[in-house]
Design a protein around this ligand. Structure first.
Ligand code: NAD
Length: 488
């Protein structure tokens, strides 16, 4: 059965379908970056909430800005915004249809429509999943990257926005002119202090365009921090076949994920918000301890397992975790190097949390791609791994396994494993990183000199030596030998 609004009643026998009247939803949240994660996480929370009475003032309007989003536009159009989410675990697959995206706008088709939607008085929240690299942060300095080609373009053509910041700025200018309050801007990307980072970068950008607008947003705007968690692999044809064969649904773009989900949100929504706490989200006044714990343990461990995993010929996270060497690397990095840097987190038993992470990474049903986890290392290594290195060095703690993770990334950037198999590199800095990795080989100096990624660590001898040693052993002993040595 084809997935669309008029077929929902027919599908209800096979899967759970939206238990609310979709036509009455008000798309008061605009979400930029409708990818796998948003659809498996925030959209599921709202879908749960809409099933409870009295919440129809909330719904999503999805927005895609990039050329690659044309395929999502097509899927959303033929399917009336509907799609299947399949939760996969040892207990089996559970599917449901999500209906909370009432509208989808693909910006290159009609930029004005996106601007007007953002500037609409009914738009109360603008949420973002635009990846860790989407915030124009110079990783070395932590400051706004005004030299980024997107930003250079936006400043030259403020009337014709193309990137997220350009659209936000142009829409906020319209709201300001029209005497409307700014929308709340909620980042749901994996960045520590994601709201604070969004505020700082967006205000720095606005200051270059329109100081008055920047001042207005600094005073009246709100940027709640949030911690988001649910492992969501990239959608593949295998997933489309699964949805068709197991549930009888023809869906151009389903999404599969693990059963676990978590969302901790700072409660700073002057324009109102959905009652997410009714459906399992945790509203708090301080997200930082949760976020730090999650990024330093979950996301850094993902970095630790994916690059060495690809070098050893694995495709999926659970395969890498079945390798005793990689399992030991992940566990020890968490226990010996990261845990000593974490504060107590209210309501969380850290030992139990780490056990759960190991279980989640090892879930064979999820089949999370190492290539996905290794996407955009240039943004992820500086955000997930290097902050622990800095803190550990300051406290006299160990960094051997963190440095090994960085060295594994360097080795991976070279492009081929020891068997000559290609390792896919998906990174905005791919060309430069690959060239430096090939030029440097076993010598880490060329890559380490990238100050916009490593900042002060570029010339911190203890770090440089640890990475150099690990990289030399990856080239000298091979991935297996180096891994055995480091966990011995
Ligand atoms: P995805 O590739 O499925 O979707 C990414 C979406 O973001 C696409 O719509 C893309 O067009 C858009 N996008 C990317 N870069 C952009 C930019 N610079 N400006 C505007 N839009 C941009 O990826 P995903 O799995 O949905 O992951 C997206 C982000 O979600 C991650 O980078 C991470 O911060 C967060 N996240 C993902 C997971 C996961 O398991 N997949 C878990 C937690 C958090």
């Amino acid at each position: 059965i084809e997935l669309k609004q008029t077929n929902l009643a027919k599908l209800a026998g096979n899967v759970a379908v939206p238990a609310y009247v979709r036509e009455t939803l008000v798309p008061s949240i605009v979400h930029i970056g409708v990818g796998g994660f948003f659809r498996a996480h925030q959209a599921v929370y709202l879908d749960d909430l809409l099933a409870l009475p009295g919440n129809v003032e909330w719904g999503y309007c999805g927005v895609g800005l990039l050329a690659i989003d044309a395929a999502m536009r097509d899927a959303m159009r033929v399917q009336d915004g509907l799609y299947a989410v399949v939760e996969r675990s040892a207990a089996g697959d559970r599917a449901r249809i999500i209906g909370c995206i009432g509208e989808y706008l693909y910006a290159p088709d009609d930029p004005q429509a996106v601007l007007e939607k953002l500037a609409d008085p009914g738009t109360r929240i603008v949420a973002l999943t635009i990846t860790e690299g989407g915030y124009y942060v110079n990783q070395g300095t932590g400051e706004f990257d005004a030299q980024h080609p997107d930003i250079v373009h936006e400043l030259a053509h403020p009337e014709a926005p193309r990137c997220s910041f350009g659209y936000l700025a142009a829409a906020l200018a319209l709201r300001h002119q029209r005497g409307l309050a700014p929308f709340t801007i909620m980042s749901c990307d994996n960045l520590q202090n994601n709201g604070d980072v969004t505020r700082k970068m967006l205000l720095a950008f606005l200051a270059l365009r329109d100081l008055e607008l920047a001042r207005w947003l600094a005073t009246d705007g709100s940027f709640p921090n949030s911690m988001v968690d649910r492992i969501t692999p990239a959608t593949t044809d295998e997933h489309r076949a699964l949805v068709r064969d197991s549930f009888g649904i023809i869906d151009a773009w389903p999404v599969v994920c693990e059963p676990f989900r978590q969302w901790v949100i700072e409660d700073e929504f002057p324009q109102g918000r959905p009652a997410w706490e009714k459906v399992g989200a945790q509203m708090t006044h301080d997200v930082l301890p949760y976020e730090k714990m999650k990024l330093r343990l979950l996301n850094a461990s993902h970095q630790a397992l994916c690059y060495i995993g690809m070098q050893l010929g694995y495709t999926f996270a659970h395969e890498a975790m079945n390798d005793p060497g990689i399992r030991a690397l992940v566990r020890r990095m968490m226990d010996d190097e990261v845990t000593p840097l974490l504060d107590e987190v209210e309501g969380i038993d850290l030992a139990r949390y780490k056990d759960t992470l190991i279980e989640r990474f090892s879930n064979p049903a999820v089949r999370d791609q190492l290539a996905r986890i290794g996407t955009e290392g240039s943004a992820r290594i500086p955000k997930f791994v290097l902050p622990s290195v800095r803190e550990a060095l300051a406290k006299g703690g160990a960094i051997k396994l963190l440095a090994f993770t960085v060295a594994c990334w360097f080795r991976y950037l070279e492009g081929h494993d020891e068997q000559g198999r290609e390792m896919p590199l998906n990174d905005p800095y791919a060309v430069r990183l690959r060239a430096l990795a090939l030029q440097g080989g076993a010598d880490a100096a060329a890559l380490l000199s990238l100050r916009e990624l490593f900042g002060d660590l570029s010339d911190t001898p203890a770090f440089a030596q640890a990475v150099a040693q690990a990289l030399a052993s990856l080239y000298g002993l091979g991935a297996r030998g180096a891994l055995e040595q480091i966990v011995a």
